[in-house]
Unconditional design. Structure first.
Length: 457
């Protein structure tokens, strides 16, 4: 293999391999005769943590058996983590030395590893990729495209809404008011994960809601107050009966948005702070610890939401994983500490069995360093945490991290597990039926394994 093969050559084959894929006919608001999932098994929540930029997970979970480590060391050179600093999870692998919280959670069987997972159109081997005999995702190694494919759970480019939105629309019937409170974004950016659903996500940046400004202008469930507000609401009320369905839908959505702050007034009153969350050191964007504490605070008041939703999905964005010119030692340590603090918060709330955290990333990294860091890759490791996780295990076959790895295509791991199988395992735990999983994840039927087994119940 030639690790110096140019990126444009990858892209040529990637684009060529994506031709001829059938269009998806399963939009989020489809009206197939599949029943909406019932939520009679108690409360459950998913917390999706995006490791934005493409995490070098191969310097987070590292082979420690002597022969395997020597191969890893020869491959990684100066970027290799010293063997004596590794924190063992079994006889073969260990987390890097500053990931003590994740090691503890793994040993307590509250954390699982999903090996070599990524965007796929269909099952494919490195040899089949080289031969061009199987379809592969288009525009591999491009941040925006690969992140979008993870957010849409579709590597064909034919789905145009987020899997979080599609799942939320299936978890709640159209008329269920709890659907408005299912999707929650705590990041400092918008996310495609919830795009295209029946309801927009809630976007919390801090544990407070102030409807006073809206009331002052006459907005809210009850019209009144300033004249401007009455006129504004009157115009929108007229638009809701507009013959143009787009204008009518827009008006109804706008009225919903105007009413929402008043409906949620008092949600965070008296909310507690949690110990252990930090703002990190020179973090880019909103710190991971701040976001995860906000998720914990929101979960602590979940029963104050109108209609008391029993299924919720949260989005968290951990920036700065695009390590072309550095190792990810800092990011890995901060992730580990933040996950430890979050799991402790869930245990204090008595919600450790009800909340599952999962990681996603744009892609993995190149196996060989570029002289300072690593470049964009394909397959990666994912981490799943919670009391309902069958933890203390690695799911899937661990790839060989070595020169000329038989698991790689020009120095990039070819995923052995699809993102669809990974997400289906989590969404089945949330309560989606087999038929609903096929609607939410339209390419799931392309893969032989629908459930990877890392969730209980």
């Amino acid at each position: 293999m030639n690790p110096n093969k140019k990126r444009r050559d990858f892209l040529k084959q990637s684009v060529a391999g994506s031709l001829g894929i059938a269009l998806s006919t399963l939009p989020s608001n489809a009206t197939e005769t599949v029943p909406h999932s019932t939520s009679d098994s108690g409360y459950k929540a998913l917390v999706c943590v995006l490791l934005e930029g493409g995490a070098d997970t191969f310097n987070m979970l590292i082979p420690r058996q002597r022969k395997s480590y020597r191969k890893y060391r020869r491959l990684r050179g100066e970027l290799a983590v010293a063997r004596e600093t590794l924190l063992p999870i079994d006889t073969e692998y260990g987390f890097r030395g500053n990931m003590g919280e994740m090691q503890r959670l793994y040993r307590e069987k509250k954390l699982a590893v999903v090996a070599n997972v990524g965007t796929l159109v269909e099952p494919v081997t490195p040899r089949q990729v080289r031969e061009g005999s199987k379809k592969i995702p288009f525009e591999l190694f491009a941040h925006n495209t690969q992140r979008k494919q993870w957010m849409f759970a579709d590597a064909t480019g034919n789905t145009h809404n987020g899997w979080g939105a599609r799942a939320a629309d299936r978890l709640y019937a159209t008329s269920d008011p709890a659907r408005s409170y299912c999707a929650i974004n705590t990041a400092d950016i918008n996310t495609l994960l919830f795009s295209g659903g029946r309801k927009d996500p809630l976007h919390f940046t801090e544990p407070s809601i102030s409807p006073d400004t809206m009331r002052r202008y006459g907005f809210g469930p009850e019209s009144g107050g300033a004249a401007f507000g009455r006129v504004y609401q009157h115009l929108y009320a007229l638009q809701q009966s507009n013959r143009n369905p787009l204008q009518a839908t827009m008006a109804r959505q706008r009225i919903h948005e105007l009413n929402l702050p008043v409906k949620l007034e008092g949600l965070f009153d008296g909310v507690r702070d949690f110990d252990g969350f930090t703002t990190g050191v020179h973090e880019v964007g909103k710190p991971l610890g701040s976001q995860l504490e906000l998720v914990a605070q929101t979960l602590s008041v979940k029963d104050r939401f109108p209609a008391r939703p029993r299924r919720q999905i949260f989005f968290v964005d951990h920036h700065n994983w695009d390590t072309h010119d550095s190792d990810n030692e800092h990011q890995a340590g901060y992730l580990s500490d933040s996950l430890g603090a979050f799991q402790k918060a869930m245990e204090e709330l008595g919600m450790e069995e009800e909340v599952t955290l999962l990681t996603l990333s744009d892609f993995g990294r190149s196996l060989t360093p570029n002289g300072a860091g690593t470049d964009h890759g394909w397959g990666t490791f994912a981490f799943v945490m919670g009391g309902a996780v069958n933890g203390g295990n690695i799911y899937g076959k661990m790839p060989r991290i070595q020169r000329n790895s038989p698991d790689a295509w020009y120095d990039r791991l070819v995923p052995a597990l699809s993102m669809e199988s990974y997400l289906a395992t989590l969404l089945a735990w949330m309560g989606l039926s087999e038929d609903e999983l096929d609607l939410v994840l339209p390419n799931l039927r392309n893969f032989p394994t629908r459930n990877l087994g890392f969730m209980r119940g």
